[in-house]
Design a protein around this ligand. Sequence first.
Ligand code: HEC
Ligand code: HEC
Length: 334
Amino acid sequence: MKKFAAALVSLAFLQTATAFAQAPDAAAGKALWDSNNTFCKNCHGKAGEGAFGPDLAGRGLSAAQFQHAVRTPWGAMPTFVDTQVSDAELAQMAAWLGALPKVAEPGPWRVPVAADAPHGQQVYMSAGCAQCHGATFDQPRAMFGGRNGDFALMKALVYTHTATMPQVEPQRPGSRLRMGNFNPLRLSEGQLKEIFDWSHDEIGFRPALQAQFAATEGGSYALNVTNTGEAGKGLTAQKVTIDLVIPAGVTVTAATGDGYKGVHTDDQAKANVAEWQVARLAPKDTKAFTVILSQPPANPADLKGTIKWAKPAPKTGPSQDTVTFAVRPTGPGR
Ligand code: HEC
Ligand code: HEC
């Protein structure tokens, strides 16, 4: 009997110890929320104040309620799988968000819908895509433009994102996919087709241009612009203009590369701009440009630029597409 009681006591102790070990770490939940590994904040607000999705701060939702909402969402929210956010991590997020004060009023959408947007773009906005991909769907339009992606690929990448994405594009080891799987019963194939048609026929796919800009050892700066599209499938960028903003107090000593047009004052950038013009950049083309400056800019971050092209352009109006570059590798934004 004594032995039995002792066993009970140690069992109780063990249970308390495990309960302690498993108390969700709210700080870890905040760190994951804030990080680049999850984009929950794009829809629920940086501090859970609500945006496209409901406010979560101070609502007192349990870990189980979080798991239900994330694994089997009620409505517009995509499903996130365990490798994107584990049950333990959801409990951590629930602990952090639950302890925050309630908001008086939920926050606004991160990317609002323009009332006069074309119908397909409105469908895209109301499905929530724009909260992560911006108003104009830049990165997917470039990925599709680089390989002439069709609707079957769009369906696979949206409805079975977590299975399809790593097959289409190798992911960095240890990185997490941040987009969830959309449910075809909530975002119908008809709606997704409207999104696809808008991105393909109206605003149009983009050529898959990428820029790499770096300081070289000799004190010059090297810019490489590559069309990463697939040969024979990807779009060619035509009438490409490359503008490099020259910070105040700095002049261009020398520049190389095809189509160098010199430095002019740009009204929009309100600065001096060194410009190159290239007739076309087809898939697999790379163009190299260099510039030598009179002195390094006081703030290296001021040395940045844009790549624009006249064609392909949307059905109506000129191309508004840009790739920005600064002293680090860049591509179009998500
Ligand atoms: C595309 C926008 C979007 C993203 C991204 C998103 N959510 Fe949601 N979330 C919603 C919407 C909208 C709802 C309301 C229910 C629905 O439509 O499914 C919701 C509901 C919830 C709820 C339930 C709230 C309640 O009142 O019961 C929780 C919890 C939640 N989301 C957590 C998360 C977490 C954690 C992530 C990241 C892994 C996330 N959400 C990512 C849009 C989003
Ligand atoms: C929570 C943020 C988020 C939402 C909401 C979202 N996406 Fe994504 N999407 C991403 C990210 C980030 C990637 C890159 C892969 C990854 O990390 O999952 C991506 C990748 C894609 C891709 C593959 C091509 C590429 O650019 O890599 C397509 C196509 C796509 N998204 C379409 C959509 C559509 C359509 C919607 C709305 C129905 C949508 N996405 C909603 C974040 C999001």
